[in-house]
Write a protein of this length. Sequence first.
Length: 500
Amino acid sequence: MSASTPHFPLPRRARLLAATAALALTAACTLGPDYQPPAADAPAAWSATTTQATAQVAGKTQVNTDATVLAHWWTEFRDPTLDKLVADVVAGNLDLKVAEQRILSARAQRQQAAAAQYPSVKGESAAMRNRLPPGATGSLGGTSNIFLAGFDASWELDLFGGTRRSIEAADANIQAGIENRRSLVMSMLAELGTDYAALRSVQARIVIANENVRLSQETRDLTAAKYKVGLATELQLAEADGQLEQQKAVLPSLATQAAQRAHAIATLTGRTPADVDSLLTTAGPEVPLPPVLPASLPSEVVRARPDIRAAERTMAATNAQIGVKEAARFPKLSLGLIGGFLNPDIGKLLQGDSFGWSVGPTLSGPIYDGGRLKAGVKDAEAQAEEARLTYRKTVLTAFQEVEDALVAYSNERQRNETLHRALAAAQLAQDRARSQYRAGLADFLTVLDADRTLATSKDAVAQSDYALVQQTIALYKALGGGWQAGETTTAAGAPDAPPA
Protein backbone atom coordinates (compact mmCIF):
# COMPACT_ATOMS: atom_id res chain seq x y z
CA MET A 1 0.00 0.00 0.00
CA SER A 2 1.43 3.34 -1.00
CA ALA A 3 2.02 6.16 1.47
CA SER A 4 -0.51 8.34 -0.33
CA THR A 5 -3.37 5.94 0.41
CA PRO A 6 -2.71 4.74 3.97
CA HIS A 7 -5.08 2.43 5.86
CA PHE A 8 -5.45 3.03 9.57
CA PRO A 9 -7.63 0.54 11.42
CA LEU A 10 -9.28 1.64 14.63
CA PRO A 11 -6.97 1.04 17.58
CA ARG A 12 -7.71 -1.68 20.08
CA ARG A 13 -8.93 0.90 22.61
CA ALA A 14 -11.54 2.17 20.18
CA ARG A 15 -12.84 -1.34 19.61
CA LEU A 16 -13.00 -1.81 23.36
CA LEU A 17 -14.97 1.40 23.74
CA ALA A 18 -17.44 0.25 21.08
CA ALA A 19 -17.99 -2.98 22.98
CA THR A 20 -18.44 -0.99 26.19
CA ALA A 21 -21.04 1.18 24.45
CA ALA A 22 -22.97 -1.90 23.37
CA LEU A 23 -23.01 -3.18 26.95
CA ALA A 24 -24.09 0.26 28.22
CA LEU A 25 -26.99 0.37 25.78
CA THR A 26 -28.04 -3.11 26.85
CA ALA A 27 -28.19 -1.96 30.47
CA ALA A 28 -29.93 1.34 29.60
CA CYS A 29 -33.25 2.21 31.20
CA THR A 30 -36.11 4.47 30.20
CA LEU A 31 -37.11 7.03 32.80
CA GLY A 32 -40.55 8.54 33.18
CA PRO A 33 -44.01 6.96 33.44
CA ASP A 34 -45.12 4.54 30.75
CA TYR A 35 -48.23 5.81 29.02
CA GLN A 36 -51.56 4.21 29.88
CA PRO A 37 -54.45 5.12 27.51
CA PRO A 38 -57.49 6.51 29.33
CA ALA A 39 -60.36 4.18 30.03
CA ALA A 40 -63.43 4.59 27.84
CA ASP A 41 -65.33 6.61 30.43
CA ALA A 42 -68.64 6.91 28.60
CA PRO A 43 -72.22 6.32 29.75
CA ALA A 44 -74.05 3.31 28.36
CA ALA A 45 -76.71 5.55 26.80
CA TRP A 46 -77.72 9.15 26.40
CA SER A 47 -79.65 10.99 29.10
CA ALA A 48 -83.37 10.40 29.69
CA THR A 49 -84.30 13.70 28.01
CA THR A 50 -82.18 12.90 25.00
CA THR A 51 -83.45 9.32 24.83
CA GLN A 52 -87.00 10.64 24.74
CA ALA A 53 -86.03 13.11 22.03
CA THR A 54 -84.37 10.31 20.05
CA ALA A 55 -87.55 8.23 20.32
CA GLN A 56 -89.59 11.19 19.03
CA VAL A 57 -87.19 11.59 16.12
CA ALA A 58 -87.26 7.88 15.38
CA GLY A 59 -91.05 8.01 15.33
CA LYS A 60 -90.97 10.44 12.40
CA THR A 61 -87.60 9.80 10.76
CA GLN A 62 -85.71 6.63 9.98
CA VAL A 63 -82.63 6.17 12.18
CA ASN A 64 -79.53 4.56 10.66
CA THR A 65 -76.43 3.27 12.46
CA ASP A 66 -74.44 2.59 9.28
CA ALA A 67 -71.00 4.22 9.61
CA THR A 68 -70.97 4.98 5.87
CA VAL A 69 -73.97 7.31 6.27
CA LEU A 70 -72.13 9.17 9.04
CA ALA A 71 -68.86 9.33 7.12
CA HIS A 72 -70.42 10.92 4.03
CA TRP A 73 -73.42 12.61 5.60
CA TRP A 74 -73.75 15.36 2.96
CA THR A 75 -74.75 12.82 0.31
CA GLU A 76 -77.95 12.18 2.29
CA PHE A 77 -79.19 15.64 1.24
CA ARG A 78 -79.17 14.59 -2.41
CA ASP A 79 -77.80 17.94 -3.61
CA PRO A 80 -75.15 17.77 -6.40
CA THR A 81 -74.05 21.37 -5.73
CA LEU A 82 -73.36 20.56 -2.08
CA ASP A 83 -71.43 17.44 -3.13
CA LYS A 84 -69.24 19.56 -5.41
CA LEU A 85 -68.63 22.16 -2.73
CA VAL A 86 -67.56 19.45 -0.27
CA ALA A 87 -64.93 18.27 -2.75
CA ASP A 88 -63.81 21.87 -3.28
CA VAL A 89 -63.42 22.47 0.47
CA VAL A 90 -61.38 19.30 1.01
CA ALA A 91 -59.12 20.18 -1.93
CA GLY A 92 -58.78 23.93 -1.49
CA ASN A 93 -59.48 25.04 2.08
CA LEU A 94 -56.50 27.03 3.34
CA ASP A 95 -56.96 26.02 6.98
CA LEU A 96 -56.66 22.38 5.92
CA LYS A 97 -53.51 23.18 3.97
CA VAL A 98 -52.05 24.83 7.08
CA ALA A 99 -52.91 21.70 9.07
CA GLU A 100 -51.11 19.57 6.49
CA GLN A 101 -47.98 21.66 6.89
CA ARG A 102 -48.17 21.15 10.64
CA ILE A 103 -48.20 17.39 10.06
CA LEU A 104 -45.15 17.70 7.81
CA SER A 105 -43.45 19.78 10.51
CA ALA A 106 -44.27 17.16 13.16
CA ARG A 107 -42.79 14.43 10.98
CA ALA A 108 -39.63 16.46 10.46
CA GLN A 109 -39.36 16.98 14.22
CA ARG A 110 -39.67 13.24 14.68
CA GLN A 111 -36.77 12.72 12.27
CA GLN A 112 -34.72 15.22 14.27
CA ALA A 113 -35.49 13.38 17.50
CA ALA A 114 -34.62 10.01 15.98
CA ALA A 115 -31.30 11.32 14.63
CA ALA A 116 -30.02 11.62 18.21
CA GLN A 117 -29.86 7.79 18.34
CA TYR A 118 -27.04 7.69 15.82
CA PRO A 119 -23.44 8.93 15.78
CA SER A 120 -22.72 12.26 14.20
CA VAL A 121 -19.65 12.72 12.03
CA LYS A 122 -18.37 15.99 10.65
CA GLY A 123 -15.34 16.72 8.52
CA GLU A 124 -12.88 19.53 8.98
CA SER A 125 -10.11 20.98 6.90
CA ALA A 126 -7.96 24.04 7.50
CA ALA A 127 -4.91 25.85 6.14
CA MET A 128 -3.24 28.22 8.61
CA ARG A 129 -0.06 30.27 8.82
CA ASN A 130 1.17 30.84 12.35
CA ARG A 131 3.74 33.14 13.91
CA LEU A 132 5.02 32.46 17.41
CA PRO A 133 7.28 34.80 19.37
CA PRO A 134 10.65 33.43 20.53
CA GLY A 135 10.31 31.33 23.68
CA ALA A 136 6.59 30.67 23.22
CA THR A 137 5.82 27.06 24.16
CA GLY A 138 9.57 26.39 24.14
CA SER A 139 9.97 27.16 20.45
CA LEU A 140 12.43 29.40 18.71
CA GLY A 141 9.60 31.46 17.29
CA GLY A 142 9.06 32.39 13.69
CA THR A 143 6.36 31.54 11.17
CA SER A 144 5.08 28.17 10.02
CA ASN A 145 2.30 26.58 8.01
CA ILE A 146 -0.25 24.11 9.32
CA PHE A 147 -2.48 22.03 7.07
CA LEU A 148 -5.28 19.92 8.52
CA ALA A 149 -7.75 17.39 7.06
CA GLY A 150 -9.76 15.18 9.39
CA PHE A 151 -13.04 14.26 10.99
CA ASP A 152 -14.79 14.43 14.32
CA ALA A 153 -17.25 11.70 15.37
CA SER A 154 -19.36 11.58 18.52
CA TRP A 155 -22.12 9.36 19.83
CA GLU A 156 -24.21 10.10 22.89
CA LEU A 157 -25.56 6.90 24.42
CA ASP A 158 -29.22 6.98 25.41
CA LEU A 159 -28.61 5.48 28.86
CA PHE A 160 -31.71 6.88 30.53
CA GLY A 161 -34.15 6.91 27.62
CA GLY A 162 -34.31 10.64 26.96
CA THR A 163 -34.03 10.12 23.21
CA ARG A 164 -36.47 7.22 23.23
CA ARG A 165 -39.00 9.33 25.09
CA SER A 166 -38.45 12.18 22.62
CA ILE A 167 -39.24 9.84 19.74
CA GLU A 168 -42.30 8.57 21.61
CA ALA A 169 -43.52 12.14 22.09
CA ALA A 170 -42.83 12.99 18.44
CA ASP A 171 -44.80 9.95 17.23
CA ALA A 172 -47.75 10.97 19.39
CA ASN A 173 -47.52 14.56 18.09
CA ILE A 174 -47.67 13.31 14.51
CA GLN A 175 -50.78 11.30 15.28
CA ALA A 176 -52.30 14.26 17.12
CA GLY A 177 -51.63 16.45 14.08
CA ILE A 178 -53.38 13.95 11.81
CA GLU A 179 -56.37 13.82 14.14
CA ASN A 180 -56.45 17.62 14.40
CA ARG A 181 -56.62 17.82 10.63
CA ARG A 182 -59.43 15.28 10.60
CA SER A 183 -61.25 17.35 13.22
CA LEU A 184 -60.77 20.42 11.06
CA VAL A 185 -62.21 18.59 8.04
CA MET A 186 -65.21 17.61 10.16
CA SER A 187 -65.74 21.20 11.31
CA MET A 188 -65.20 22.73 7.86
CA LEU A 189 -67.71 20.42 6.20
CA ALA A 190 -70.28 21.07 8.93
CA GLU A 191 -69.73 24.81 8.49
CA LEU A 192 -70.08 24.43 4.74
CA GLY A 193 -73.31 22.48 5.08
CA THR A 194 -74.73 25.06 7.48
CA ASP A 195 -73.74 28.00 5.27
CA TYR A 196 -75.08 26.30 2.15
CA ALA A 197 -78.41 25.42 3.78
CA ALA A 198 -78.66 28.98 5.10
CA LEU A 199 -77.98 30.37 1.63
CA ARG A 200 -80.71 28.27 0.04
CA SER A 201 -83.07 29.16 2.89
CA VAL A 202 -82.47 32.89 2.46
CA GLN A 203 -82.94 32.56 -1.30
CA ALA A 204 -86.26 30.83 -0.63
CA ARG A 205 -87.23 33.63 1.75
CA ILE A 206 -86.40 36.14 -0.99
CA VAL A 207 -88.87 34.33 -3.26
CA ILE A 208 -91.46 34.49 -0.46
CA ALA A 209 -90.72 38.19 0.11
CA ASN A 210 -91.14 38.94 -3.61
CA GLU A 211 -94.44 37.10 -3.56
CA ASN A 212 -95.52 39.16 -0.55
CA VAL A 213 -94.55 42.32 -2.45
CA ARG A 214 -96.67 41.15 -5.39
CA LEU A 215 -99.66 40.49 -3.16
CA SER A 216 -99.23 43.81 -1.38
CA GLN A 217 -99.00 45.58 -4.73
CA GLU A 218 -102.15 43.82 -5.82
CA THR A 219 -103.94 44.90 -2.64
CA ARG A 220 -102.70 48.48 -3.06
CA ASP A 221 -103.90 48.60 -6.69
CA LEU A 222 -107.30 47.24 -5.70
CA THR A 223 -107.59 49.77 -2.88
CA ALA A 224 -106.57 52.61 -5.23
CA ALA A 225 -109.25 51.56 -7.69
CA LYS A 226 -111.86 51.52 -4.93
CA TYR A 227 -110.67 54.89 -3.70
CA LYS A 228 -111.23 56.43 -7.11
CA VAL A 229 -114.87 55.39 -7.08
CA GLY A 230 -115.37 56.30 -3.45
CA LEU A 231 -115.48 52.74 -2.05
CA ALA A 232 -112.25 53.13 -0.02
CA THR A 233 -110.97 55.91 2.17
CA GLU A 234 -107.73 57.83 1.92
CA LEU A 235 -106.66 56.17 5.19
CA GLN A 236 -107.09 52.71 3.68
CA LEU A 237 -105.04 53.72 0.65
CA ALA A 238 -102.26 55.05 2.90
CA GLU A 239 -102.30 51.80 4.89
CA ALA A 240 -102.00 49.82 1.67
CA ASP A 241 -99.05 51.98 0.61
CA GLY A 242 -97.38 51.41 3.98
CA GLN A 243 -97.92 47.64 3.79
CA LEU A 244 -96.35 47.58 0.32
CA GLU A 245 -93.27 49.53 1.42
CA GLN A 246 -92.81 47.32 4.49
CA GLN A 247 -92.74 44.23 2.30
CA LYS A 248 -90.24 45.85 -0.08
CA ALA A 249 -88.00 46.79 2.87
CA VAL A 250 -87.45 43.12 3.70
CA LEU A 251 -85.65 42.40 0.42
CA PRO A 252 -82.35 44.33 0.90
CA SER A 253 -81.67 42.65 4.25
CA LEU A 254 -82.27 39.20 2.78
CA ALA A 255 -80.04 40.01 -0.21
CA THR A 256 -77.24 40.96 2.20
CA GLN A 257 -77.61 37.68 4.10
CA ALA A 258 -77.50 35.67 0.87
CA ALA A 259 -74.38 37.46 -0.35
CA GLN A 260 -72.60 36.99 2.97
CA ARG A 261 -73.36 33.27 3.05
CA ALA A 262 -72.05 32.91 -0.52
CA HIS A 263 -68.89 34.81 0.44
CA ALA A 264 -68.36 32.51 3.44
CA ILE A 265 -68.70 29.45 1.22
CA ALA A 266 -66.16 30.88 -1.23
CA THR A 267 -63.66 31.39 1.60
CA LEU A 268 -64.18 27.81 2.80
CA THR A 269 -63.29 26.54 -0.67
CA GLY A 270 -60.15 28.70 -0.78
CA ARG A 271 -61.45 30.92 -3.57
CA THR A 272 -62.77 34.45 -4.04
CA PRO A 273 -66.52 35.20 -4.10
CA ALA A 274 -66.37 35.88 -7.84
CA ASP A 275 -65.18 32.30 -8.41
CA VAL A 276 -68.36 30.77 -6.97
CA ASP A 277 -70.92 33.36 -8.11
CA SER A 278 -72.13 31.25 -11.02
CA LEU A 279 -72.63 28.28 -8.71
CA LEU A 280 -74.41 30.04 -5.85
CA THR A 281 -76.10 33.24 -7.00
CA THR A 282 -78.82 31.42 -8.93
CA ALA A 283 -81.48 30.47 -6.43
CA GLY A 284 -81.79 26.74 -5.93
CA PRO A 285 -84.24 24.61 -3.98
CA GLU A 286 -84.01 24.53 -0.22
CA VAL A 287 -81.84 21.74 1.15
CA PRO A 288 -84.27 18.91 1.92
CA LEU A 289 -84.26 17.12 5.23
CA PRO A 290 -82.58 13.69 4.94
CA PRO A 291 -84.93 10.74 5.39
CA VAL A 292 -82.26 9.02 7.49
CA LEU A 293 -80.67 10.31 10.68
CA PRO A 294 -77.55 8.79 12.26
CA ALA A 295 -77.47 7.15 15.69
CA SER A 296 -74.48 6.17 17.83
CA LEU A 297 -73.79 5.14 21.40
CA PRO A 298 -71.63 7.39 23.61
CA SER A 299 -68.75 4.90 23.48
CA GLU A 300 -68.83 5.00 19.67
CA VAL A 301 -68.62 8.80 19.75
CA VAL A 302 -65.41 8.57 21.84
CA ARG A 303 -63.86 6.33 19.18
CA ALA A 304 -65.18 8.27 16.19
CA ARG A 305 -64.55 11.92 17.00
CA PRO A 306 -61.11 13.06 15.85
CA ASP A 307 -60.92 15.91 18.38
CA ILE A 308 -61.18 13.32 21.17
CA ARG A 309 -58.54 11.16 19.50
CA ALA A 310 -56.28 14.20 19.08
CA ALA A 311 -56.65 15.07 22.76
CA GLU A 312 -55.71 11.48 23.67
CA ARG A 313 -52.59 11.63 21.50
CA THR A 314 -51.62 14.93 23.13
CA MET A 315 -51.88 13.15 26.47
CA ALA A 316 -49.43 10.52 25.21
CA ALA A 317 -47.00 13.18 23.95
CA THR A 318 -46.98 15.16 27.20
CA ASN A 319 -46.58 11.95 29.21
CA ALA A 320 -43.45 11.08 27.21
CA GLN A 321 -42.03 14.55 27.84
CA ILE A 322 -41.86 13.73 31.55
CA GLY A 323 -39.30 11.04 30.70
CA VAL A 324 -37.36 13.49 28.56
CA LYS A 325 -37.10 15.93 31.46
CA GLU A 326 -36.25 13.17 33.94
CA ALA A 327 -33.42 11.91 31.73
CA ALA A 328 -31.94 15.41 31.55
CA ARG A 329 -31.22 15.21 35.30
CA PHE A 330 -28.89 12.22 34.88
CA PRO A 331 -25.33 12.00 33.51
CA LYS A 332 -24.67 11.74 29.79
CA LEU A 333 -22.11 9.34 28.32
CA SER A 334 -20.65 10.21 24.93
CA LEU A 335 -18.09 8.39 22.84
CA GLY A 336 -15.79 10.56 20.78
CA LEU A 337 -13.33 9.87 18.00
CA ILE A 338 -11.15 12.49 16.34
CA GLY A 339 -8.85 11.60 13.49
CA GLY A 340 -7.06 13.35 10.71
CA PHE A 341 -3.90 14.44 8.98
CA LEU A 342 -1.74 17.30 10.26
CA ASN A 343 1.43 18.48 8.50
CA PRO A 344 3.20 21.80 7.78
CA ASP A 345 3.77 20.63 4.21
CA ILE A 346 0.60 20.26 2.17
CA GLY A 347 2.39 17.89 -0.21
CA LYS A 348 3.02 15.45 2.66
CA LEU A 349 -0.40 15.91 4.31
CA LEU A 350 -1.77 12.46 3.38
CA GLN A 351 1.34 10.47 4.31
CA GLY A 352 0.98 7.90 7.03
CA ASP A 353 3.11 9.62 9.64
CA SER A 354 0.84 12.69 9.40
CA PHE A 355 -2.18 10.80 10.73
CA GLY A 356 -3.26 11.24 14.33
CA TRP A 357 -6.25 10.26 16.40
CA SER A 358 -7.92 10.72 19.73
CA VAL A 359 -10.60 8.46 21.14
CA GLY A 360 -12.35 8.19 24.48
CA PRO A 361 -15.57 8.51 26.43
CA THR A 362 -16.90 11.68 28.01
CA LEU A 363 -19.12 11.54 31.06
CA SER A 364 -20.92 14.74 32.02
CA GLY A 365 -23.78 15.49 34.33
CA PRO A 366 -25.38 18.25 36.34
CA ILE A 367 -23.96 19.02 39.77
CA TYR A 368 -25.83 22.18 40.68
CA ASP A 369 -28.28 24.15 38.55
CA GLY A 370 -30.40 25.97 41.11
CA GLY A 371 -33.29 23.51 40.67
CA ARG A 372 -33.76 24.22 36.97
CA LEU A 373 -33.89 20.58 35.85
CA LYS A 374 -36.16 19.53 38.69
CA ALA A 375 -38.50 22.37 37.82
CA GLY A 376 -38.49 21.12 34.22
CA VAL A 377 -39.83 17.77 35.44
CA LYS A 378 -42.57 19.49 37.42
CA ASP A 379 -43.45 21.57 34.39
CA ALA A 380 -43.76 18.42 32.24
CA GLU A 381 -45.92 16.75 34.88
CA ALA A 382 -48.20 19.79 35.02
CA GLN A 383 -48.54 19.81 31.22
CA ALA A 384 -49.39 16.11 31.27
CA GLU A 385 -52.11 16.73 33.85
CA GLU A 386 -53.38 19.66 31.78
CA ALA A 387 -53.60 17.37 28.74
CA ARG A 388 -55.51 14.78 30.80
CA LEU A 389 -58.03 17.38 31.96
CA THR A 390 -58.35 18.74 28.43
CA TYR A 391 -59.08 15.24 27.16
CA ARG A 392 -61.78 14.79 29.78
CA LYS A 393 -63.35 18.13 28.90
CA THR A 394 -63.24 17.28 25.18
CA VAL A 395 -65.16 14.06 25.85
CA LEU A 396 -67.78 15.82 27.98
CA THR A 397 -68.17 18.56 25.36
CA ALA A 398 -68.71 15.92 22.67
CA PHE A 399 -71.46 14.28 24.72
CA GLN A 400 -73.09 17.65 25.32
CA GLU A 401 -73.06 18.47 21.61
CA VAL A 402 -74.76 15.18 20.72
CA GLU A 403 -77.43 15.59 23.37
CA ASP A 404 -77.98 19.25 22.47
CA ALA A 405 -78.39 18.38 18.79
CA LEU A 406 -80.87 15.56 19.46
CA VAL A 407 -83.02 17.66 21.78
CA ALA A 408 -82.86 20.70 19.49
CA TYR A 409 -83.84 18.64 16.46
CA SER A 410 -86.74 16.98 18.27
CA ASN A 411 -88.15 20.25 19.58
CA GLU A 412 -87.65 22.06 16.26
CA ARG A 413 -89.42 19.20 14.51
CA GLN A 414 -92.46 19.72 16.71
CA ARG A 415 -92.28 23.48 16.18
CA ASN A 416 -91.97 22.98 12.43
CA GLU A 417 -95.11 20.86 12.30
CA THR A 418 -97.02 23.50 14.26
CA LEU A 419 -95.77 26.27 11.97
CA HIS A 420 -96.86 24.33 8.88
CA ARG A 421 -100.37 23.98 10.34
CA ALA A 422 -100.38 27.68 11.15
CA LEU A 423 -99.28 28.46 7.59
CA ALA A 424 -102.14 26.42 6.15
CA ALA A 425 -104.61 28.27 8.35
CA ALA A 426 -103.09 31.66 7.45
CA GLN A 427 -103.28 30.84 3.74
CA LEU A 428 -106.93 29.93 4.06
CA ALA A 429 -107.68 33.07 6.09
CA GLN A 430 -105.99 35.29 3.53
CA ASP A 431 -107.87 33.69 0.64
CA ARG A 432 -111.17 34.23 2.43
CA ALA A 433 -110.34 37.82 3.45
CA ARG A 434 -109.37 38.83 -0.08
CA SER A 435 -112.46 37.24 -1.59
CA GLN A 436 -114.72 38.98 0.91
CA TYR A 437 -112.91 42.32 0.42
CA ARG A 438 -113.42 42.16 -3.34
CA ALA A 439 -117.09 41.44 -2.74
CA GLY A 440 -117.33 44.28 -0.24
CA LEU A 441 -118.09 41.91 2.66
CA ALA A 442 -114.90 42.57 4.68
CA ASP A 443 -113.11 45.75 5.67
CA PHE A 444 -109.61 46.64 4.59
CA LEU A 445 -108.10 46.03 8.04
CA THR A 446 -109.09 42.37 7.84
CA VAL A 447 -107.18 42.01 4.56
CA LEU A 448 -104.09 43.72 5.97
CA ASP A 449 -104.08 41.49 9.04
CA ALA A 450 -104.47 38.38 6.88
CA ASP A 451 -101.64 39.47 4.58
CA ARG A 452 -99.31 40.19 7.50
CA THR A 453 -100.12 36.88 9.19
CA LEU A 454 -99.50 34.92 6.00
CA ALA A 455 -96.22 36.71 5.29
CA THR A 456 -95.03 36.07 8.84
CA SER A 457 -96.07 32.39 8.68
CA LYS A 458 -94.29 31.76 5.38
CA ASP A 459 -91.08 33.31 6.66
CA ALA A 460 -91.27 31.42 9.96
CA VAL A 461 -91.74 28.09 8.15
CA ALA A 462 -88.77 28.80 5.88
CA GLN A 463 -86.59 29.60 8.87
CA SER A 464 -87.77 26.50 10.74
CA ASP A 465 -87.07 24.31 7.72
CA TYR A 466 -83.51 25.65 7.74
CA ALA A 467 -83.22 25.13 11.50
CA LEU A 468 -84.09 21.45 11.05
CA VAL A 469 -81.35 21.03 8.45
CA GLN A 470 -78.95 22.96 10.68
CA GLN A 471 -79.68 20.71 13.66
CA THR A 472 -79.29 17.62 11.49
CA ILE A 473 -75.84 18.80 10.38
CA ALA A 474 -74.98 19.58 14.01
CA LEU A 475 -75.91 16.00 14.91
CA TYR A 476 -73.73 14.60 12.14
CA LYS A 477 -70.81 16.72 13.36
CA ALA A 478 -71.37 15.87 17.02
CA LEU A 479 -71.28 12.15 16.21
CA GLY A 480 -67.95 12.60 14.42
CA GLY A 481 -69.07 12.39 10.82
CA GLY A 482 -67.33 13.80 7.79
CA TRP A 483 -63.60 13.71 8.45
CA GLN A 484 -63.12 10.56 6.35
CA ALA A 485 -63.68 12.72 3.26
CA GLY A 486 -60.18 14.17 3.45
CA GLU A 487 -58.18 11.00 3.98
CA THR A 488 -56.97 10.55 0.41
CA THR A 489 -56.30 14.21 -0.37
CA THR A 490 -53.82 15.27 2.28
CA ALA A 491 -50.44 16.37 0.99
CA ALA A 492 -48.94 15.30 4.28
CA GLY A 493 -48.93 11.69 3.18
CA ALA A 494 -51.05 8.71 4.07
CA PRO A 495 -52.59 9.06 7.51
CA ASP A 496 -51.08 6.95 10.23
CA ALA A 497 -53.19 4.25 11.79
CA PRO A 498 -55.43 5.64 14.52
CA PRO A 499 -54.52 4.84 18.09
CA ALA A 500 -55.95 1.64 19.49
